[in-house]
Design a protein. Structure first.
Length: 326
């Protein structure tokens, strides 16, 4: 469900300034989708944070980043020509910030491993607020999003699904779902007063035009919105196993590949023909359909060497280097 919202949000972005309904949907999605994606990432990181498993994951993230940063940059220079892009391995290309930040989240959690849960969360919130005061472009090293979304990674790392299910019993879950839909309505009436940049997490206060010393309070308010929106959206999520569960195992493929589809659509000029409700509906159905398509097992079989490259050869080289040094 989250990867569907990611694909939909990126697909409708070129039209949100022209169609109010799409702007409402876009703002609603951005209020929860990346916070929850980071939370899920933290949840699954528990099984592979330390030791050999942790090192292997970090190596794979690094290799994925090199592959896709090179691919997206090459295509951008030759075909996409997206504005305001830094073609550098130190500035992740659009969606690839998630790979860079994922590696940093893991390293930060290793550094905080001896702290209490409360201390980890307090530090994460404080760092997320403080990073906004830096006088730089937040995209470099994905420094802004790394710290802005760190609280959600910490929560995910300590998340207890069993306890959550007990708390989200029938009536609480229904109330949460209703709240999420109410938030969608509110985004349509009040969302235009909230600059989308505050929900991206990629910009410092200077870039957002908030030069006051108390700009950090705005970040805290946005945190409140994101926490509430995330808890509300979870009321819409089914907890049982289903066909959707199997598709969810391959969200990495959708995440890393969907940018190619969206950019190709933008270059094709198809957005010039979408100017009414019917066209927007076709776009939404297409985005959902492409999400399901990219999550198919056949896509994984074909593109596994690129999306999930083996790092065993790197580990073998490291071991050989260590043996020689001894």
């Amino acid at each position: 469900m989250l990867i569907v919202t990611v694909f939909v949000a990126n697909a409708i972005e070129p039209l949100i300034s022209e169609m109010s309904g799409l702007h409402t949907l876009y703002m609603w999605i951005f209020s929860f989708h990346m916070p929850l994606f980071v939370l899920v990432t933290g949840y699954f990181a528990r099984a592979s944070l330390n030791g050999a498993a942790g090192r292997k994951v970090l190596l794979q993230i690094g290799l994925q980043y090199i592959i896709f940063q090179s691919l997206y940059s090459a295509l951008d220079l030759s075909l996409f020509h997206v504005n305001n892009i830094h073609h550098s391995f130190f500035a992740p290309y659009l969606l690839l910030w998630f790979l860079a930040s994922h590696a940093f989240w893991r390293l930060l959690m290793l550094g905080m491993s001896r702290w209490t849960k409360s201390a980890q969360f307090i530090f994460a919130i404080a760092a997320g607020v403080a990073v906004g005061y830096l006088q730089l472009d937040g995209v470099w090293f994905s420094i802004s999003r790394t710290f802005v979304y760190l609280p959600f990674f910490v929560i995910g790392y300590h998340f207890s699904f069993g306890t959550f299910v007990k708390l989200y019993h029938k009536y609480v879950k229904t109330a949460a779902a209703a709240t999420s839909l109410l938030l969608l309505v509110l985004m349509g009436t009040l969302g235009h007063n909230l600059p989308a940049g505050w929900l991206y997490g990629s910009m410092t206060y200077m870039q957002l035009g908030a030069h006051e010393w108390y700009a950090g309070l705005f970040r805290i308010a946005v945190y409140g919105l994101q926490f509430a929106a995330s808890l509300a959206f979870l009321g819409l999520v089914p907890y049982g196993l289903s066909r959707m569960t199997d598709l969810g195992r391959r969200t990495l493929y959708v995440f890393l590949l969907h940018g190619l589809v969206v950019r190709a659509a933008a270059v094709s000029g198809v957005y010039a023909y979408i100017g009414n409700t019917a066209g927007a509906a076709v776009l939404l159905v297409s985005a959902v359909s492409c999400t399901v398509l990219l999550a198919q097992p056949a896509v994984k079989r074909v593109l596994n060497p690129i999306v999930e490259p083996s790092v065993n050869w790197m580990i073998s080289l490291q071991r050989a280097a260590i043996r020689r040094s001894l």
